[in-house]
Design a protein around this ligand. Structure first.
Ligand code: HAM
Length: 418
């Protein structure tokens, strides 16, 4: 028998209910903040990610699912930000809308080693606000992220916050880090030794104890920020304070993608175990220009939906039970039941019948387990008399109903039952 691909998940109907309620709550909250949904393709040119996330990042270096067709190289999207910026520019939203607030929900793909909360196909629910460098926007997206979590019944999370500064500030921090680590290369873990020649800032949030010990005190405590970036960061912090969003500043938080500038944040949850990040985001003021657009700032974030599901206390709304279960007895009654089912469904009434040749007892059991409000039995007597036997499952009463009054009788009884 075939098995699903490593790191992927089947969502069975019960789980889909919680999933959809998380999506619906997300959509409602995004609407409160005036974000509109965008859907981009699952595949993009691989070069888009090289350009935006950075060639030396783990995602681009090791985790992309690549598809080659002739000369062309595509990647299954590992994240949403790059596609959204591409779509914003390709569809001229930078000109028509200028400032655009977009949200997305959909699958992402990364060839990571699967473990609890870490999949190869997972889902993001995220947003991007494109076309502004205003610190108020950073405050808005962080508070929106916090609001989403409370809407999903998640509590106990921690928001870690930092500012990387502009391109020059990041370079300054990277240079000083390289300098300080020059004589310590051999003491670093193998990955950080590689990072020293590429994504050097990533060394700051390496989880290895020894690397942490070596780099403690090397994060600069934001002293690398130019006056503009320091002012921006202060404005973000005081904006969050003003609306009571709790956060912890962590000067070691750098994030794994090259496009970030200034504000970065990560939200962790203790219920998630080793993969504790439930969501993350930040500002990326150079990306729009780097992908060929105007020199405009942007910011956004994404939650991992599977991780939200792991810690959500939300109860999905109870599934609405079936309205009518039709039980035909014999071939002629079955032909009649096909017509009745079509009429019921055509009038917006949910209806089902037995397709497994069950006895009347078995069919009633099916009706019961589907939560049917009414059962319609069609036997020989009913066929002869031009009626059906309508049983009300809530009180067990039953009575014949004339064939041409079925719809009316069903509607009356359903209204009475609710
Ligand atoms: P990211 O931190 O790579 O950021 O992913 C965001 C979230 O997706 C993570 O915090 C985590 O919850 C979830 N996630 C990541 N990888 C996996 C995985 N393999 N399995 C399950 N969940 C996972 C981004 O992707 C940025 N695009 C966020 C952003 C938007 N920044 C600005 N705008």
């Amino acid at each position: 028998m075939f098995k699903k691909v490593l790191g992927t998940k089947d969502l069975l109907p019960e789980e889909v209910r919680l999933w959809q309620s998380i999506e619906n709550t997300g959509r409602e909250i995004f609407a409160l903040y005036n974000y509109r949904e965008i859907r981009t393709p699952l595949i993009e040119e691989a070069a888009l990610y090289n350009r935006s996330l950075g060639g030396s990042t783990e995602i681009v270096g090791k985790q992309m699912f690549l598809i080659e067709r002739g000369e062309d190289k595509y990647a299954l999207r590992p994240e949403g930000t790059a596609s959204v910026v591409r779509a914003y520019l390709e569809n001229g939203l930078d000109k028509s809308a200028g400032f655009a607030k977009l949200f997305y929900i959909g699958p992402m793909f990364r060839a990571e080693r699967p473990q609890k909360g870490r999949l190869r196909q997972f889902h993001h629910i995220g947003c991007e606000a494109l076309g502004s460098s205003d610190a108020g926007l950073d405050v808005e997206i962080i508070s929106l992220a916090d609001r989403l979590l409370s809407g999903w019944g998640v509590s106990g999370q921690e928001i870690l916050l930092n500012s990387l500064g502009c391109r020059q500030d990041k370079q300054k921090l990277a240079d000083s880090l390289k300098n300080s680590l020059r004589d310590k290369r051999e003491e670093l873990c193998p990955e950080c030794r590689q990072r020293l020649d590429g994504n050097v800032l990533r060394i700051l949030d390496c989880k290895n104890e020894e690397c942490r010990r070596i780099t403690s005190g090397m994060n600069g405590q934001n002293s690398h920020l130019c006056p503009d970036c320091a002012g921006h960061f202060n404005a973000v912090l005081s904006g969050l304070d003003a609306i009571g969003v709790k956060y912890t500043v962590s000067a070691s938080l750098v994030r794994g993608l090259d496009y970030y500038t200034r504000t970065v944040f990560e939200i962790s949850h203790p219920g998630l175990g080793a993969q504790s990040a439930i969501g993350a985001g930040g500002r990326y003021d150079n990306l729009i220009a780097e992908l060929g657009g105007p020199d405009k700032g942007a910011a956004g974030f994404a939650f991992g939906l599977e991780r939200v599901m792991l810690v959500s206390q939300a109860q999905p709304p109870a599934a609405g039970g079936l309205q009518v279960f039709v039980v035909p007895l014999g071939a002629e009654a079955r032909a009649e039941s096909v017509r009745i089912l079509a009429e019921l469904r055509g009038s917006g009434i949910s209806a089902e019948t037995d397709y497994e040749g069950k006895s009347i007892k078995g069919a009633l059991r099916s009706a019961n387990s589907l939560g049917a409000a009414l059962v319609m039995i069609i036997g020989e007597n009913e066929l002869r008399g031009g009626t059906v036997l309508m049983k009300n499952m809530s009180d067990g009463t039953q009575e014949p109903v004339s064939r041409d009054k079925i719809l009316q009788a069903v509607k009356e009884r359903l209204n009475r039952n609710v």
